[in-house]
Design a protein. Sequence first.
Lengths: 255, 255
Amino acid sequence: MDAPPRRGRRPGQGDPVVVRALALLAAFDAGHRALSLAELSRRTAIPLSTTFRLAGHLLAWGALEKGEDERYVVGLRLFEIASLAPRSHGLREVALPYLEDLHEVSGQHVLLAVREGDEALLVERLSSRGAVEIDYRVGGRMPLHDTGVGLVLLADAPRPVVARVAGGLDAPAAERLRRWLPDVRRLQVAVFERSSPAPVSSVAAPVRDGLGQTLAAVSVVVPAGSARPQAYAQVVRATALAVSRGLGHRPPRTG
Amino acid sequence: MDAPPRRGRRPGQGDPVVVRALALLAAFDAGHRALSLAELSRRTAIPLSTTFRLAGHLLAWGALEKGEDERYVVGLRLFEIASLAPRSHGLREVALPYLEDLHEVSGQHVLLAVREGDEALLVERLSSRGAVEIDYRVGGRMPLHDTGVGLVLLADAPRPVVARVAGGLDAPAAERLRRWLPDVRRLQVAVFERSSPAPVSSVAAPVRDGLGQTLAAVSVVVPAGSARPQAYAQVVRATALAVSRGLGHRPPRTG
């Protein structure tokens, strides 16, 4: 889970058939939820006849389904298996009641994210209809360096991850990031301001498992200027601690 | 999606490698969320060396991950791809705000399910902490013939599905089912009483897509005897219509 993302990777001729079948699944993304056979073949660089044969197996098993227009879509069977993933639905099962409480008292967006390689992946999002506009989608990826949940996840990530993320930024941004991370670690909370698509503040805190490892981050996202973001720090931390407790974490008491 | 479920099916020696790789994924279920290499091999009847090689590919891609005890678990990458499935997360994205409203006014369980073959599959569940005990899990399967959402889905299912489900019941239950379905179709709502694990009533209504096809069912599940279940029929139907509208459905007006 610490390898750099390789979403754009295309299997070559010599790749085993399993790698090619997985490449067909990876051809789908938020902008391409339905693909024709020709599109599948083109996006994976797998010959049309092989694509047809492999897609047939995926279809028979239920990893793919045919939509109304005969294009392929991701199948429900994949959702069924994915629902057993400890880092998504397993985590969500424990977290959801506490996220709902946070959503109720804040009335804004509540996010739950985990780190996947050098990015954050959104596992849950609860949003009120009137909440400020954000463009994060459950199952979608978010940058680690400019989201609240991302900073929390990055603060406890292995050094090589921090190095790679910082390496992708310009010098002032990388410097700022390196200055922030110790504060996030010390305060157990990250406050981040973001200006697009709408100006928002996010306040995030870490969720830990029974071994004390940071497994996820919880945040609220509120319109910038609506309240001092720090006003949310306590409730977000308390929510993250409640979820951690549900995962078997026993935080050391400082008092 | 209309084939009988074949969850227990094991690939034989002659099955292509893709089918075997998919069988490794299908070896996981709610009772087996973490499997050792030997367990994976045993549950799929695939030789140990082949299991190791195929699991390696699934691990490299992220469909599987290694847990703390070195056992295999379902990976986050599968959740990421599954989040693009129109019948699970796609549907959920549209439905969630309305489900939250229904959850808020009913204060009980709210379920969203789709039909997968001869069973219902739970796509979303919102539950209050104090709500009556139920044993349904997001991503888990439920019988069509003795759940509210199941009856709604069955009422609009193709005849062979109804025949297979009725064929699996004893004669009085099959007879009762065949008597109920026309009522569900006419009233656009199903009321179902269930006694285990706790006595509950569920009230369910159909969600339709832009073509008028029944895509899903919404229900509330309340403790038996807490209120006349029929009292929930209107709000559940209105919620299902709101979700349908979000999916492009324009219901014919009867007034």
